[in-house]
Design a protein around this ligand. Sequence first.
Ligand code: GYE
Length: 628
Amino acid sequence: MSLRNVIITLIAAGTAIGLIMFGDLYGGREEQTVHSQGNVKYLIGVSHPNLNGPWQIQMNKEIKKEISHYKDTRVIFTDAVQNDAQQVRDIHSLMNYGIDLLIVSVDNANTLTPVISEVYKKIPVIVLGRGVKGYDYTLYIGFDNQLNGKMAAKEAISLLGNKRGKIIQVEGNKDSLQAEERTKGFEETIKRESSHTIIRTINGNWMRDKAEDELKLLLKSGMAPDLIYAQNDAMALGAYRALQDFKIKGVRIIGSDGLNEENGGLRLVKKGTIDATYITPTGGIKAVQYAMDILHKVPGLPKKIILRDHKVTKNNVDTYLRSFNNDVTSSSKNKHKRIKLGFAQVGSESEWRLANTDSIVSAAKKSGIDLLLRNADYSQKKQIDIIRKFIKQHVDVIAFSPKTEEGWEGILKEAKEAGIPVILSDREVDVEDQTLWTSFLGSDFVEEGRRAGKWLSSHFHSAKPVHIIELEGTVNSAPAVDRKQGFNEIIKQNPNFSLLHSYAGDFTMNKGKKLMEKALAEYGKEINVVYAHNDDMALGAIEAIEEYGLKPGQDIVIISIDATKKAFNSLSVGKMNFTVECSPLLGPQLMKAVKDLENGIEIPQRIITSEETFDQKQAKKMLYQRAY
Ligand code: GYE
């Protein structure tokens, strides 16, 4: 019998002995869920960095509770007890048990990223809560830690008022991306938006006692903070205890996690121990739900799920306590009423957009959702009018693809006042109040730009200068702004690369051709590369290059984004060199989000789609499989 079957048998037989034995071998602590007998189809491994922290314990509870709904699945937990090397060993041992999928919560991204990349080559990996570097995983579920730090800074500024405050920051594990990003968000916002000073940053390693001890040393040295920002509630409580020890009163304290348990953030705010906390969902339940979708090979799953965190202060803590204590699950409004979704499509400017519209229409039909889809013909004013009409029609949910990032506060406030949630599809908006929209569903455009730049760097090795023309998408649109940023981030690292000129396009083939004609007239054979923000403009550029008498894909390298079928045709015949996928097939995920919303289930703040890249060889092989 294989080791995997031994494990499954031991679990099914309800004995923990076998696993504790294994646990002894590896030094970590392990436990397993015991279910009734039954045919076990899947074995999931869950690797925790440390099951001492309250947030991690909550995550574990959620995973256990959710996994109990799946009778054909078993799960093995490991706890590295805050030892990074041990967590690597734990992951190896889980692999030796023959697990089908790994859920891993990461503290030290530097130590864990390599082993997770290795595992990802063999089985699906869900990274939960705290991130790893790069994209070597199937799905990341967490929240926006930089935004968490930014929100804490804004609360600190509000609590300190006009006086120049002295702040002590208590960080989590110094090697964790989560701590790094929270610190970045907090420090940048304090510096940019206030005259307060962060007089010291100490490391509490997520633990209450360590935070207490470190802070006592500072207070003993005579340091007198006006506010303490701790990156979790456990360390915030440690700070409180240190202040109490020195009989120091009036210092404001901000934490994060917002758990509803003894010494959890909700209770600490209720008691007035700390001034604010942020409910940061652990993602344990979603991790199990998506794990089962992955194991059942459900198509179109996202790459990243960013959960929304919520600020809790004395003004709203009772609301959250009531909702937790009533254990309100999903308060579905009316299960039988068909949902009405208003979608303000930005236009029909590209092949990508046509495929996007098709995906939304077909997914709505399959989901039994009444779709009102109106086309704004690439006019922001029309889009706003269409959304205003949806509000008058009392649709249940509004979704739209904002043409540009600016100018949406007004209409979004109208939707919010009407109590209609808004989902951003494929493009984001730039508004101060993040509660004006419920969720963003789309791609990581900055990463798309980086991928284009990275391929270019791998393609050009010689020290010869490489002159680049950039055909940008619509000015101030999220894809154009971010793809430019990501691409520049990479090419500026190579002294041989130079950007001859960037032309503002609008994602259309016609504009791509006209801009390329202009570039050829100005630079001619000096041009070595064209970087187009989408395939349609790249295809227009290819026509212009051929009419100019040069060979696209040979005389001039063509790289682009979207990965449409027409681009695959050009790649296959050597007229294009590389394209980065940006999936338009958002319909199924959009309808899932709409249904969850209507069933009272909180949907993630950001749902980032999973995408690949394609060179000529790959495109030739996959041409006939392209869905769009
Ligand atoms: O790349 C382009 C479309 O918003 C991601 O808009 C979308 C972009 C896409 O016109 O082809």
